[in-house]
Ligand binder design. Structure first.
Ligand SMILES: Nc1nc2c(ncn2[C@@H]2O[C@H](COP(=O)(O)OP(=O)(O)OP(=O)(O)O)[C@@H](O)[C@H]2O)c(=O)[nH]1
Length: 509
């Protein structure tokens, strides 16, 4: 396939369209969204050709390089046009064959999550990636043949490529080439819903894009040179400034603006964080590899209806739910963003403030997919990210409880091995409910009990304090007296000091 198959709306740097030799800020932003541009995933409700407007059909035909004189675009064509068709390629440098295969299977899942159709995959065994084309020239030619044979319009590489490698490989295969980092950034961009999440991803995308502007920008500078002279194009460029510099400047300006916005949003988050830290209700952060079942476990433990999807990174913005343990104590459970091997550093950086929730937690519930072929690798990948964040925040590592999920779907032999490897772990199925009641009970046992012993008489006007004792402490005895509620309980020190003025001895003396 050739570039004629790329939608004309693609503002990407590969376009030869003379219309885009100078970009507005909006265009730069649109481009950043399109580093790994993926059309909308095929949805079951896609209009059949009968529903489509003539204009839309014509536009789609033009995009696909099909003749507009032909009759209707068929539904199949419509779906194909909306779905990016990709070939995957990986370099297997170390580890076992299972790890290599697993990495490719994960890349396929990532590509599908981004809305692409995976047509084929190639793996090249090498000591290290080729410095010029990532896979080496022989394999690159083979890849070109696969691309031609399958009609793919994009190649996705299972690693982070240098800008030069991306360019060199694109020259051989003649279709768009993206790397794993760009793919993950794109998925995050599609899934971010909150203002902060969106801003964080946009910043990470631009950071990724900036050094990659060179190769693309050079050809654009040449275009600019051919038309208006590379120095001092009409109005937009300063003396001696090339196109590439203009683009970089625009992106940097946009990044500076985003940085300010993110900082502003962080202040609101800090206030929330302070409140969270002041509260003595135990905070449990649910962490784990993407698709391990974190949202499902949150639902199973709290009986809530958080969205569960069989998609990677369905959750980007933390969701908190309150729940009450069997002993009456309140807990707060927070579902966090899923982790993945080689999470782009730009993203870890971008989500650092979101991940602070992890460092503040009283307990980490680390969910592991027991049905995954390599659960131990997942545990390692998650711990690496957590350690990074903890170190960065200069915080102590919160205690961790491993919860092996999906026991209903896991291989019994693997489960036996995991029981040996992870002696303290709990085994559950968020789907069938197996082990969930035991897990709740276990949480009650391991969450530290409040340390201060109190006996108070609380006036009936302060029902709020009685409620706090109920949710934050353990009540030993309580009775309704003429002057108020008489309570004997164990409560956290902070609450004990608030209650000191109502100490039974003082009040009744
Ligand atoms: N068989 C089985 N499937 C499960 C279980 N728990 C979750 N799943 C499935 O695993 C998939 C992912 O579940 P989620 O709860 O969305 O996983 P997550 O870890 O929150 O995912 P991300 O948001 O991508 O990080 C869904 O298709 C769930 O139905 C389980 O106990 N057994």
């Amino acid at each position: 396939m050739t570039d004629t198959h790329r939608p004309e709306t693609d503002l990407g740097p590969h376009t030869d369209s003379a219309d885009h030799t100078t970009w507005t800020a909006e265009e730069s932003e649109a481009w950043s969204r399109r580093i790994a541009r993926s059309p909308l995933p095929v949805d079951e409700d896609a209009p059949s050709s009968g529903d489509m407007q003539l204009e839309e059909r014509t536009a789609l035909r033009r995009v696909a390089g099909l003749s507009t004189e032909l009759a209707d675009v068929t539904e199949v064509e419509y779906r194909q046009l909306r779905l990016e068709r990709v070939v995957l390629v990986g370099v297997w440098t170390s580890g076992t064959a299972t790890q290599a295969e697993n990495s490719m299977a994960e890349l396929a899942a990532l590509a599908e999550t981004a809305g692409s159709e995976v047509l084929d995959a190639l793996v090249q065994r090498r000591d290290k990636p080729d410095t010029a084309t990532y896979i080496g020239s022989g394999k690159a030619n083979e890849l070109r043949d696969v691309v031609l044979a399958t009609g793919a319009d994009t190649v996705v590489c299972d690693g982070e490529l240098t800008p030069a490698q991306l360019n060199a490989l694109e020259k051989v295969v003649k279709v768009k080439v993206i790397d794993r980092t760009a793919l993950i950034l794109d998925i995050f961009a599609q899934h971010a819903t909150s203002r902060e999440g969106k801003a964080q991803v946009a910043f990470a995308q631009m950071e990724y894009m900036l050094p990659r502007l060179r190769g693309w920008g050079e050809s654009m500078s040449r275009q600019a040179g051919g038309r208006a002279g590379s120095n001092g194009g009409v109005g937009l460029r300063g003396p001696g400034e090339t196109k590439i510099e203009t683009d970089r400047r625009r992106i940097r300006e946009r990044m500076a603006k985003l940085r300010r916005e993110i900082k502003g949003m962080k202040q609101a988050r800090d206030t929330k964080r302070e409140r969270r830290l002041e509260s003595t209700t135990p905070n449990i952060a649910i962490v784990g590899y993407t698709n391990a079942g974190k949202s499902s476990l949150l639902n199973a433990l709290t009986g809530s209806g958080v969205l569960v999807q069989n998609a990677l990174f369905a959750t980007l913005d933390p969701t908190s739910r309150k729940s009450t343990l069997e002993d009456g104590r309140a807990i707060v459970l927070t579902d966090t963003v899923g982790f993945v091997r080689h999470l782009p550093t730009q993203l870890v950086e971008a989500f650092r403030s979101t991940l602070e929730e992890v460092t503040d937690a009283d307990l980490l519930l680390h969910v592991v997919d027991g049905s995954d072929p390599l659960p131990v690798d997942q545990i390692k990948a998650v711990r690496e990210v957590i350690m990074d964040v903890v170190k960065e925040n200069d915080a102590p590592m919160p205690p961790e409880l491993i919860v092996v999920n999906k026991v209903d779907a896991a291989d019994p032999v693997q489960l036996t091995q995991l029981r040996g490897l992870l002696p303290g772990a709990r085994f559950v199925s968020a789907r069938t409910g197996e082990g969930i009641a035991e897990l709740r009970e276990h949480l009650g046992e391991i969450l530290a009990w409040p340390e201060a012993e109190i006996e108070v008489l609380i006036p009936y006007t302060r029902g709020d304090l009685v409620a706090r004792i109920h949710s934050e402490g353990r009540i030993k005895a309580s009775s309704h007296e003429a002057d108020g509620t008489h309570v004997e309980a164990r409560v956290p020190n902070a609450l004990a000091s608030v209650l000191s003025e109502f100490a039974y001895d003082t009040v009744t003396a």
